[in-house]
Design a protein around this ligand. Sequence first.
Ligand SMILES: *Cc1c(COP(=O)(O)O)cnc(C)c1O
Length: 384
Amino acid sequence: MKIIPYGRQNITQEDIDSVIEVLKSDLLTQGPRIKEFEDAFAEYIGCKYAVAVSNGTAALHLCALALGIKTGDKVITTPITFAASANCVKYAGGDVVFADINPETYLLDINEVEKLLKESPKGTYKGIIVVDFAGRAADLEKFRELADNYDCWIIEDSCHSPGGFFHDNSGVKQNCGNGVYADLSIFSFHPVKHIASGEGGMITTNCPDLYNRLCNLRTHGIQQNPDLKIFNHGPWYYEMQELGYNYRLTDFQAALGRSQLKRAEEGLKRRIEIASKYEKALADKDYVIRQTGVVEGHAYHLYVVEFKDRKGLYEYLREKSIYTQIHYIPVHLMPYYRSFGSKENDFPNSELYYESCLSLPMYPTLTNAEQEYVLQSINEYYNC
Ligand SMILES: *Cc1c(COP(=O)(O)O)cnc(C)c1O
């Protein structure tokens, strides 16, 4: 039987042709497709600058470096995210401090963050990493106000939320990753995400200095802006000004990402349709503790439902070739983070959520019949 995963890519003939075109060209990497993809992505998101990198984790690492995280710097984030959101702080030598989620939105609870900030002298915390978990846009206007009061920067992990948005206090629509409230935002083009390039990532910002710094760090710390070179030995001269990495995306990946981006709106529309169907079908079921439902501006990378007897349901669906997933195992309970002192009951909302959450299949090519089958199988499990 055909496996129904929780998420998957959608590759069209046009996508394939765009990659082949690059493979037949002169430049497999550092060619013209990178800039094209960056420009198109910046336009889609509504930000000034976009920097394509090799994956979302590399994007986070470069953000941590560009913002100057140093040994011992404390940064706040949520336990309900992919580990990379926290790991980037460790890469740069900083310390991760978790704050609990709001049990209704599953997003980092701003009140918990404020509590942490208030408890310590100003300057203790350098930044906040806010995650648009599952595709739900965090209210970054509120986080910005708080961050400004405590001289913190904000990284928005928008891996789940391309196309997502919230309305700010003035009623203005603010797209996830648009750089209005966050210093830097990051995206991933892993095949389960909205836009696939194989591996791939993007950083978006409105800040020209951070943009320049990120471009340099992506290529070994070599200054990319000729006007900013300190020396000049001749036309061959390149200048490494700081320690950077090779975190470039290849041109054929960029071509795939660019081609996929053309269908982003269409994919998002289909995700919203699927979400609305789940919401209707699962409303009033007594085996549902809570479900995401239809939320304005939600980009639905995931459709999360909290189920009674989640483990049994997970296993039953697996037998039926429906491969649901749990997002996420709280990061503070990973043995690596336990080694810095975190433990059970530190973040009760996150841990309670983890006991019952399940991500149902959610991707644009999921057919109506497949979604029916998923819903019918869930009903079967609970004998109703
Ligand atoms: C996927 C993901 C990442 C990492 O992206 P990769 O491209 O896989 O490195 C980081 N944060 C979140 C929330 C993600 O979902």
